[in-house]
Design a protein around this ligand. Sequence first.
Ligand code: FMN
Length: 401
Amino acid sequence: MNNKKIIVGISGGIAAYKAAELVRLFIKAGADIEVAMTQNATRFVTATTFEALSGNKVISDMFQHEGPDLEHITWAQGSDLIIIAPATANIIAKIAHGIGDDFLSTLLFAATARILVCPAMNSQMYLNPAVQNNLRLLSQRGITVMDPTQGVLACKTEGPGRLPDPEDIFELASALISKQDLAGLQVMISAGPTIEPIDPVRYITNRSSGKMGYALARAARQRGATVTLISGPTNLRPPTGVSFNSVKTAEEMRQAIMKYHHACDIIIKAAAVADYKVDQIAREKIKKAGNDLTLKLIKNPDILAQLGAEKKKYKYILVGFAAETQNLLQNAQNKLIDKNLDIIVANDVSRDDAGFDTDNNKIKMIFKDGREEDSPLIPKDQVANLILDRIKGLLDKRNAG
Ligand SMILES: Cc1cc2nc3c(=O)[nH]c(=O)nc-3n(C[C@H](O)[C@H](O)[C@H](O)COP(=O)(O)O)c2cc1C
């Protein structure tokens, strides 16, 4: 989102408060945000909130600034994306029929950027034929209309009309301004930890949060890929638009991966899969007795090695992760060769500021041909795009040769 300029247009609906969270998500991702509000929107939320969040002035009055600035033109033509969230039935009608009687509706006439409209209103209003016809007109003109979600609305009725969660709007918006260089590709990503039961109430697991794998899935989806995410237990919300498979143990993860691997162009194994599992899982809770307790662990299947062995047959690009606390480079290089990978992403998980359960990461990529590339300490979303850039480079090279 760095260097992206996005206009968030807010109209006068009850969901206007959710636009604050949307603006915060864009700011966090590094975008430059300008907010345009209808006069009615300012009756629901104040411009001050959005000025504080965006660091930019908010315009809600076509004539609020004296002087030569034609901001309805400069804003409209200097942005990468315009999002109307929430979009009232009224502003939807104005866009559809070419009415420009305030700042927001007028700037839309001059827009050269993509436009995303997020309707939010009472279900009866939303299903009204006039509103539906207007939304159809918008879609026909190339404006992206995001369907509202179902649920209990502010008016206490239930049905379609809720503004989607800000995270979902953010993800769709990100996809609209992302390059679509992975369109047509099938990508499978594994993420998170696995858990290996000891008895009905206890298990062995690891510190993986899943953040890196989810960031990869989100970025690949935004770049146009069809994404399957196989995830161990995490607290994360699956990215919008990915096919999500939830698993617990290493064996379940292996089975899920092997169901899809043959159809993939790219497989990225970011999950931290348990190397060992408990040999005999107790059927009942193990009771406290004696001073020590011995558990026998046996090896889990090596999913990455299996994928590496079958790579020749299915021709996918295979990327693995090496989380190490010592001899990072040597261990990663060995894994790259042993598992027949195209790239290994080495993570030094002994650092506090990168690796497991952090929002940032600093990685070293080692390629099959011996090249190495270090990333600075950057947000995992950016690391994800860097890894995908390099994978795309390998695919392009393969296709050219
Ligand atoms: C409490 C309240 C809540 C409203 N919520 C919505 C809404 O969610 N969606 C909508 O389309 N209109 C809603 N309206 C009606 C709009 O505010 C009204 O149509 C207004 O003219 C929209 O102006 P604007 O599109 O210029 O912001 C609401 C009105 C009130 C008083």
